[in-house]
Design a protein around this ligand. Sequence first.
Ligand code: CAO
Length: 442
Amino acid sequence: MSIKEIVVPDIGDFDSVEVIEILVAEGDTVQVEDSLITVESDKASMEIPSSESGTIVKLKVNIGNDISEGSVILMMDVSDQTQAAAKTDTNIATKTKEETIRKEPEKSTHEKMAPAKSTPAKSSPGKLPTNKASPTANIDEKRFSKAYASPSVRKFARELGVDLGKVEGTSRKGRINKEDVKDFVKKAMSTGGSGASLGIKPMPEIDFSQFGDIETTALSKINKLTGEYVHRSWVTIPHVTQFDEADITEMEAFRKQMGKEMEKEGIKITPLAFIVWAVIASLKAFPRFNSSLDATGENLILKKYFNIGVAVDTPNGLVVPVIREADQKSLVEISQEIRDLAVKARDKKLKPSDMQGGCFTISSLGGIGGTKFTPIVNAPEVAILGVSRSKMQPVWNGTEFEPRLVLPLSLSYDHRVIDGADGARFTTHLSKMLSDIRRMMV
Ligand code: CAO
């Protein structure tokens, strides 16, 4: 190891400047001329570039420190640096000085920061993407140039196509830092982002307290993740929902009979286990429903396995654990697995692998209530079955009305993959399976 002090070079007429930003961290590898810190005097701000290539061992400055020529910025292990990469302190000092002079005539605080013409990090040598490629391409150059931000933040904003003039700075005196740019992009993506790309204006910010008392609660991590997934599915998948019903009178009689027999062993079979079985039988009959579009959207990947996702309602939000190889499992095994997965989900013990690899999802609100709903496809799957609460209804049998237990079904599907006729064929088949469970054995 060869440790070297990296010091502040000649910074022109400034005796003392304040560190306002640290652009590197201990452990980072930097090249000659990569920016290390941003300093600011009452006249200008500038980035101090590295005079050496190497690995940062220890930072010696903090934000808010006053430093001057010769102050130690950091300790660097320069043992790996190549002769070619190294440049002299004199070159760096000259460069910094030039920058300082160029920025000095600027007047207002916001005009102090110079555009990112200097010290590009060698670790990212590629050309910046053009604004045309960016979703936030409408940069107002005048406003951008007046924004109060350091050269590296300007460069970062340009890479993302962000108009700095629209970003609110949270650092001292309203200076815009990298996090502010990231937050701006995140907000644009989650609120107006997809809408903006569809030409839809984002929701205006409303102060609801002007209308009455309010309380603000943060969304849970699961809420946010689910929100992202369902939003993406909703805007990218052309959904159609096919409604249907299944007469589950016989199925329920059998389930109750089995329930009584198995009660002593502590086994309970819920209607959902039968529905999983019926779905598998229908997926086998209509393989297109057990598929995903590939990333190009031009090929359909047909799956030969049957992993069924089950939406579980938890206090922290909705999760979808997966019953793997459900076609290989008995009704009792599926019932127990649903119960175990639901307990794990509510105890926040599900692993990411428990929620991966699903082929088709079932969202059952039957235990809660409701007559019908339109579930959102759990992409990259192409269909999802919504199950509502079964109800005893009078059904005409040809000669008279008969009381029958009817289960409402709602199948949402990706219309790019599944046509309406197939949607109806699938639910008809599913309904037949549930109405006469002997058919599932065949
Ligand atoms: N019709 C009438 N009763 C039903 C029914 C239906 N379709 N489905 C279940 N039930 C009954 C059960 O038989 C049980 O009654 P008993 O205790 O008297 O036998 C009761 O409702 C409760 O069932 P359950 O909900 O605990 O069990 P389940 O296997 O049906 O469902 C689970 C398990 C994990 C799917 C469920 O608890 C759950 O979380 N559902 C919510 C899913 C959700 O939020 N979906 C919306 C996502 S947005 O698309």
